[in-house]
Design a protein around this ligand. Structure first.
Ligand code: OGA
Ligand code: NI
Length: 343
C-alpha cells in the first residue's frame, strides 16, 4: 500500500495556496483561533551548569510541577554535535522520496521504527501535517540499523555521538527530579529501568504549509515515556497548554526542550505533570524537531514510587498520599494509550 507523505502533498500544492480538506482542523482546534495572544508567563529555562545545585534542583522541580516542560541551557552537549545531528537529519528528509521509502516502517510491524506518516485512527479522519523517522539510539543492543539512513554517510556517526551526550543530560535531570521529591539522587533513574532505559529518537519533519492557520502538526497529546529531550530547529511551532491556554515555546539556540512524560508523572504520584502539547506549522519554512523519548523496557513495571506513598514504614518522606495511578508494565500502559483505552 502506498502511503501518502505530507512532504509530497506539500510540494504538489505549493503554488495553490489551499490545503486538502483532510488537513483542515475543525474550527475549535485551529491554531489561529486557539493560540493565546495575550501576555503570558514564559516557559521556564533551566541552567544545567548552575553551580548552585540546590537552586538547580528547585528550578527543575518547580518547572516540572507547574509546567511539565522547560528549556535547558548549558546542558553540556557541544553545539557542533547538535548541529551535525540536525544537518544529517535535514539532509535525509531532502533526499528523493524513493530513497526515504527504503526506510519505511513495514506495514503491520509491531515496532514503530522507520520512516512514516501517522495514519490517523481518529474518528474524524483528519490528518496531521508531519512526517517522521523513528529509530532507537541507545543502548547499542537495542539498535536496529536497518532504520538508520545510510545516506547521508555521516548519519550514523552523528547520531551515535549525540546518543553518548544525551545520556549525561538525562542522568542529571533524573537526579534533580529525584532530589526535588526528597528522594535519593538515583531513585528515579533506577525506577525507569537504570541502564536498560531505552533512547528512541524521532525526527519530525513539518513541510511548509500554505494554510498554517488551519492545520496542525502533531495533535494535542502527552508523551507516554518518562522524559522527552527535544532539539528543535529555528522555526518555532511547539505549544504547551498552560492554565487552559495554548502558549508558544520560544526558540532558544542550542537549548533542549524537556517534556515530563506520563511515566514520570506516575512515578512521582502526580507531583510532576505530564504536559499536554501540540505543534503548529509554518507557511514558508520546514520545521523540524528531534525528540528523544526515554522509555523503560517493555516488561518494566512502573507505578508511584513507594517512598512517596503514605504509611510506608521506615520512610521519612511520606507525602501522606495514597497512590493516584495503577502500577503496571510499561508495555500495557503503552497498549492502552495507543489504542485509546482507559488505563
Ligand atoms: C512529539 C512532539 C513536538 C515538536 O513528537 O511527540 O510533541 O516540537 N513533538 O515537534
Ligand atoms: Ni510529544
Amino acid at each position: 500500500m502506498e502511503v501518502e507523505r505530507v512532504q509530497g502533498v506539500a510540494s504538489s500544492i505549493l503554488s495553490k495556496g489551499a490545503i486538502p480538506a483532510e488537513y483542515i482542523r475543525p474550527q475549535q482546534e485551529q491554531p489561529s483561533v486557539t493560540t493565546y495572544r495575550g501576555p503570558v508567563p514564559k516557559i521556564p529555562s533551566v541552567d544545567l551548569a548552575d553551580a548552585d545545585h540546590v537552586g538547580l534542583v528547585r528550578a527543575v522541580a518547580d518547572a516540572s510541577q507547574e509546567w511539565g516542560l522547560f528549556q535547558v541551557v548549558n546542558h553540556g552537549i557541544p553545539a557542533e554535535v547538535i548541529a551535525e545531528l540536525q544537518r544529517v537529519g535535514k539532509e535525509f528528509f531532502e533526499l528523493p522520496v524513493e530513497e526515504k521509502e527504503k526506510y519505511a516502517r513495514p506495514p503491520g510491524a509491531q515496532s514503530l521504527e522507520g520512516y512514516g506518516t501517522r495514519l490517523q485512527k481518529n474518528l474524524d479522519g483528519k490528518k496531521s501535517w508531519v512526517d517522521h523517522l523513528f529509530h532507537k539510539i541507545w543502548p547499542p543492543s537495542s539498535i536496529d540499523y536497518r532504520f538508520w539512513p545510510a545516506n547521508p554517510p555521516a548519519y550514523r556517526e552523528a547520531n551515535e555521538e549525540y546518543a553518548k551526550h544525551v545520556q549525561k543530560v538525562a542522568d542529571k535531570l533524573f537526579g534533580c527530579l529525584s532530589l526535588g521529591l526528597g528522594l535519593e539522587e538515583d531513585a528515579m533513574k533506577k525506577a525507569v529501568g537504570g541502564d536498560d532505559l531505552q533512547y528512541n529518537l524521532k525526527i519530525n519533519y513539518y513541510p511548509p504549509c500554505p494554510r498554517p492557520d488551519l492545520a496542525l502538526g502533531v495533535l494535542p497529546h502527552t508523551d507516554l515515556c518518562t522524559l522527552t529531550l527535544l532539539v528543535p530547529n529555528e522555526v518555532p511551532g511547539l505549544q504547551v497548554l498552560k492554565d487552559g491556554k495554548w502558549i508558544d515555546a520560544e526558540y532558544i539556540p542550542n537549548a533542549l526542550i524537556v517534556h515530563i512524560g506520563d511515566q514520570v508523572e506516575i512515578l512521582s504520584n502526580g507531583e510532576y505533570r505530564s504536559v499536554l502539547h501540540r505543534t503548529t506549522v509554518n507557511k514558508e519554512k520546514a520545521r523540524m524537531s528531534w525528540p528523544v523519548f526515554l522509555e523503560p523496557p517493555m516488561e518494566w513495571v512502573v507505578g508511584p514510587l513507594p517512598q512517596l506513598l503514605a504509611n510506608q514504614e521506615g520512610k521519612d518522606h511520606a507525602s501522606g498520599e495514597p497512590p493516584k495511578y495503577k502500577t503496571k508494565k510499561f508495555k500495557d500502559y503503552m497498549y492502552c494509550k495507543l489504542n485509546k483505552l482507559p488505563q
